[in-house]
Structure formats: structure tokens, C-alpha cells
Design a protein around this ligand. Structure first.
Ligand SMILES: NC(=O)c1ccc[n+]([C@@H]2O[C@H](COP(=O)([O-])OP(=O)(O)OC[C@H]3O[C@@H](n4cnc5c(N)ncnc54)[C@H](OP(=O)(O)O)[C@@H]3O)[C@@H](O)[C@H]2O)c1
Length: 231
């Protein structure tokens, strides 16, 4: 069975992706900082009959990242790495004039440095996989100038560029940056607590990722709405 590592998989989009892959028979290595919710998620996904290894920890911890790849190796390798765990840098989001530099550093550390660290750790196994793929979860804020989204958006733009260069440097892999669009999750509520407009459920974005896996388009940046529309 193919093996995926998904970071930030205890809830939100990461959990929805994990569930869809479990339903397709993938073995999974999942992380999140909070061990209880992560354990509950892993236990729920085991109902699909696949092997699910929950490794609680923070993606910024290099020992933790090594642990994720070690567990994937035990399951047979790494066919897919999804860098989904994310930090906003300020909760609620604030304008750049008020953004604490520590918050920006944290967003860069979680969204960019940790993502590259995990890719590097997993690269030998990804290269050895028959159809190795990396998905980095991007955001509209990486490409549009939305007020208050500057620090987070800058970190996601940096992540997009890492993904783009990785795709060029590793032609044997597929490297997709996936912009999911707004979703009703804890992250969105923490960033914009006063926004009561309904947002899509993260599960509604999952078919976009599945399409990437099924059709294996060229490495590059893809928006979920376009992938879903054409489906
Ligand atoms: N929601 C939106 O509108 C939206 C829009 C565009 C892009 N995105 C992107 O979509 C992705 C998923 O976000 P979401 O909205 O699904 O968020 P979410 O529901 O808040 O879930 C975030 C997940 O990441 C984990 N996590 C956070 N920081 C972590 C860390 N340092 N190390 C390990 N795990 C960590 C969380 O668990 P713990 O807290 O227990 O660690 C949780 O499992 C993110 O990359 C986000 O930037 C979201």
C-alpha cells in the first residue's frame, strides 16, 4: 500500500485529506502538536483498515520530523508528503504595522523552514517511490495583497517558491502547491474571528488533491476551485 505523511492532520483539511486517503487504502503517518485529538483522529481512520501511525509533535522540531520519516519507512516508504501544518503569525491577524516580528518568524519557521526540513528528510524515500509526490498547502494570501494577511501570505509565497524550485530540481517527483481557498476551520476562525460568512467545509477541497494524485499533472501551483470545476 502507498504511504503518506500528512502534517497537521488532527483536524481541518489535514484530517479530511487523511480520511480520503485511508478510504483509498493508503497507510498514513500523521502529526499534530495536540496528542489527544491526533489520537482520536488516528483511531477513527483505522476503521478503514489501513495502518495509521500518529506521531504527536511540532513540525519545527527536527527530531520530530526525523520521527515522522522513520515511521513512514517502517510502513514501507514515502509515496506522498503533504506539508499542511501552518501558523498564522498572529491570532487574530493584524496589519503589518502591528505584526510582532516573533509572529512572522514563527510563521516562516512552521510554514517554510519546517516544510523544507521535512522534504529533505523524506527525499531519499520519495525518490525511491514509484510515483513520489510532495504537496505543499498554499493560500490565496500568497498571491493577493489582502490586508492583515501580510506575514502569513509572505510565508506562503516563500513556500510556493520552494515548491516551484523543488519541482524543477527533482524532475522525477511531482511537487504541487495546492491553494485550497477559504475553509471553515479553526485556523480561519483564529485568524478572522469576526467573519461570520459561511466558508466551505475542508472535505469539499479533498477531491482537488485526489485529482492531482490521479492525473499527476506537471509540478506547479494549482488552485482547488479550478481543479474541482473541471472535474
Ligand atoms: N482555513 C482556510 O481558510 C485556509 C485557507 C487557505 C489555506 N489554508 C491552509 O490549509 C492548511 C490547513 O489549515 P486548516 O485551515 O485545516 O487548519 P486547522 O483546522 O486549524 O488545522 C491545523 C492542523 O495543523 C496542526 N498544527 C498546527 N501547527 C502545527 C505545528 N507547528 N506542528 C504540527 N502540527 C501543527 C493542528 O493541530 P495542533 O494545533 O494540535 O498542532 C491541526 O491538526 C494550512 O496550511 C493553512 O494555511 C487554510
Amino acid at each position: 500500500m502507498p504511504v503518506a505523511i500528512i502534517t497537521g492532520a488532527s483536524r481541518g483539511l489535514g484530517r479530511a485529506l487523511a480520511e480520503a486517503l485511508a478510504a483509498r487504502g493508503w497507510d498514513l503517518v500523521l502529526d499534530a502538536r495536540g496528542p489527544e485529538v491526533l489520537k482520536e483522529t488516528a483511531t477513527a481512520l483505522e476503521a478503514y483498515g489501513t495502518r495509521v501511525t500518529a506521531v504527536p509533535g511540532d513540525v519545527t522540531d527536527s527530531w520530530h520530523r526525523t520521527g515522522l520519516v522513520t515511521e513512514a519507512r517502517r510502513l514501507g516508504g514515502v509515496d506522498l508528503l503533504v506539508s499542511n501544518a501552518s501558523a498564522l503569525g498572529a491570532e487574530p491577524l493584524v496589519r503589518l504595522a502591528e505584526l510582532p516580528l516573533e509572529g512572522l518568524r514563527r510563521a516562516l519557521e512552521v510554514n517554510v523552514v519546517a516544510a523544507l526540513g521535512l522534504v529533505r528528510e523524506a527525499l531519499p524515500l520519495l525518490r525511491a517511490a514509484p510515483a513520489g509526490a510532495v504537496v505543499t498547502i498554499s493560500s490565496d494570501a500568497a498571491a493577493e495583497a489582502y490586508e492583515t494577511w501580510g506575514g502569513y501570505g509572505a510565508s506562503k509565497a516563500a513556500l510556493d517558491q520552494l515548491a516551484a524550485v523543488l519541482g524543477t530540481e527533482e524532475p522525477g517527483l511531482r511537487v504541487w502547491a495546492l491553494d485550497p481557498g477559504d475553509m471553515a476551520t479553526d485556523l480561519y476562525a483564529a485568524g478572522v474571528p469576526d467573519d461570520d460568512d459561511p466558508r466551505p467545509d475542508p472535505a469539499s477541497v479533498v477531491p482537488a488533491l485526489l485529482r492531482l494524485l490521479d492525473e499527476r499533472p506537471a509540478s506547479g501551483r494549482y488552485g482547488a476551485p479550478a481543479l474541482l470545476e473541471a472535474r
